[in-house]
Write a protein that binds this ligand. Structure first.
Ligand code: SF4
Length: 175
């Protein structure tokens, strides 16, 4: 399968807990004011690569504890990121995903702009392979440089397995 990406950082220390293989997916429809990464917005930008190539790279990365899907908006290429997440879990790696979407919408009520890119069923399937979802758009007025792993106070680090089991939002906490 092909995926359009902006970049890969094979050993990132800032895109989640531990050393992570960070995949910056190209294309984002949120247009957050003050976005830290506007070069990733263009759906025709970046480069097309095979998911298999990426999988081989992270499976052979000796130091990482997991992969991070970031961007851009990873969910706009839901089939490709699901394939990456499944491969990571099969290799014993954890999966973090950043999204400009809000978790409650992803599990129950997609807005019209999100519906252009993915369905609730696709998201539900994808989230089975996600450990931590960092959700919400970047809101400039809530920017906070002191937060770990996110940029504005509205954004949340969500423990997806626990949230799914208990059917309410459960924040992720470092082990
Ligand atoms: S969701 Fe992320 S990449 Fe997209 S506009 Fe907002 S901050 Fe930028």
């Amino acid at each position: 399968m092909k995926i359009r990406i902006a970049d890969i950082i094979e050993e990132s220390f800032v895109d989640g807990e531990g050393v992570r293989f960070a995949i910056f997916v190209q294309g984002c429809h949120h247009n957050c004011k003050g976005c830290h990464n506007p070069a990733t917005h263009d759906f025709n930008g970046g480069k097309l690569v095979d998911t298999e190539q990426i999988i081989v790279k992270f499976k052979n990365a000796p130091l990482i504890s997991g992969i991070t899907l970031t961007g851009g908006e990873p969910l706009c290429q839901i089939k490709a990121v699901t394939e990456l997440a499944i491969a990571a879990k099969e290799s014993g790696l954890s999966v973090w995903c950043y999204t400009g979407c809000v978790y409650e919408e992803l599990i129950g009520n997609l807005n019209e702009s999100d519906k252009r890119f993915f369905t609730l069923d696709e998201i539900s399937h994808f989230l089975k392979y996600v450990d931590v979802l960092v959700d919400g758009p970047f809101i400039e007025s809530q920017r906070d440089l002191t937060m770990s792993f996110c940029g504005s106070r509205n954004q949340r680090l969500i423990d997806i397995p626990k949230s799914r089991d208990q059917k309410i939002f459960i924040p992720w906490t470092s082990h």
